[in-house]
Design a protein. Structure first.
Length: 359
């Protein structure tokens, strides 16, 4: 509060009492007095004056003193402000009734100067401490709310970066996260012709195109139940069977690949862009885990990943290139085209197939 620390609102219908109290407080530079003689103007003044102590006459012509104590307790400007009741008589029963009604003290008028100043300062300081505690509590609540909001943002970001079960492990404080999965299906896809296309394209247009393509793929991954691992430039990597093992991982990744191919074909047609989607899939064991301390990354390692990447790079735009392992897992539920043996860089000869569609 600005100005004197102790702000006293005196409510008494007698002008003489106002003068007596004013004279008694004149020597205290840290006390400011506001005097009102009726209930209506006292309540109006309270909202502007913001008292730290109220001196309230017990007997008023327009309203009983106890009723004024109640009203001051209900007003936002004076709720919690200590009320000292002034009366010409010291009656224990009346005191008890006033204390029960919310008054904090009682003085016989005319009040003695030293006692009046002492009681004003004691109750005003108590009010200041109450206000400070309330402000500190409100600030703590705001901080906790902001902390909760930031925690929610962090958790949303963590869930956007990592698979939900892995994010939960990190939240629980698990240190190193590394798991072996004996049977998964890994998919790699990239945009054939993208390097040449992007050479003369507008940078913003390139980013918007990749965002549209990969957002569509992300939506399909959620629908099918496949886990997106990452994007690298114009390449997209996903896996089925990680981090939750599933027996139908090959079927899930096949559905994902067919949906991706159809979605991209439609997008390329709508945009009129000369690009094709090349997809490679292989099934087998992998190791999965989280790397990084400040920028987390959930990734896969193992020969299965390398072969899937080679199948993509040795594939044909618009086709889904499979290893024999994945083709065998899919059985007769799909239609395939036998591509024969293909020399995969660094891996030797592999029998491969093109996935045509469901049987």
């Amino acid at each position: 509060m600005e100005g004197p620390r102790h702000r006293v609102l005196l409510v008494d219908d007698q002008a003489l009492i106002g003068k007596i109290v004013e004279r008694g407080l004149a020597a205290s530079s840290d006390i400011l007095l506001e005097f009102r003689r009726d209930a209506v103007s006292a309540i109006e003044a309270a909202a502007i004056f913001r008292p730290t102590v109220i001196l309230q006459d017990l007997v008023m012509p327009d309203v009983e003193g106890l009723e004024m104590v109640r009203r001051f307790g209900e007003l936002p400007a004076t709720a919690g402000v200590p009320v000292i009741v002034l009366s010409s008589l010291e009656e224990p029963a009346t005191k008890a009734r006033l204390f029960a009604g919310g008054a904090v003290d009682y003085l016989v008028k005319p009040p003695e100067e030293v006692e009046l100043i002492a009681r004003i300062k004691v109750h005003s300081e108590a009010y200041h401490r109450l206000v400070e505690r309330n402000e500190a509590f409100a600030a703590l609540q705001r901080s906790l709310a902001e902390l909760g909001h930031e925690r929610e943002k962090s958790e949303r970001l963590l869930r956007a970066i990592l698979p939900a079960p892995i994010a939960e492990l990190l939240k629980e404080g698990v240190g190193t996260i590394a798991q072996a999965f004996p049977a998964v299906s890994v998919l790699f896809a990239d945009l054939a012709g993208f390097t040449a296309f992007s050479r003369d394209a507008d940078p913003q247009g390139i980013v918007e195109l990749l965002d549209e393509v990969f957002s569509a793929f992300d939506h399909l991954a959620i629908e099918v139940g496949v886990e997106k691992i990452k994007t690298i430039g114009d390449a997209y990597m996903a896996v089925a069977g990680v981090p939750e093992p599933r027996a139908d991982h090959a079927d899930a990744i096949a559905r994902m690949a067919l949906a991706m191919e159809a979605a991209f074909r439609q997008l390329a047609r709508d945009r009129g862009i000369p690009l094709g989607l090349r997809i490679g899939i292989h099934s087998g064991p992998v190791v999965a885990g989280v790397i990084g301390q400040h920028k987390f990354s959930y990734d896969l390692w193992g020969d299965t990943v390398n072969v899937a990447s080679r199948l993509e790079s040795h594939g044909i735009p618009g086709r889904i290139h499979l290893s024999a392992q994945t083709r065998n897992l899919l059985g007769d539920r799909y239609v395939f085209e036998d591509r024969g043996d293909v020399e995969l860089k660094g891996k030797g000869l592999f029998r491969t197939y093109f996935l045509v569609g469901p049987a």
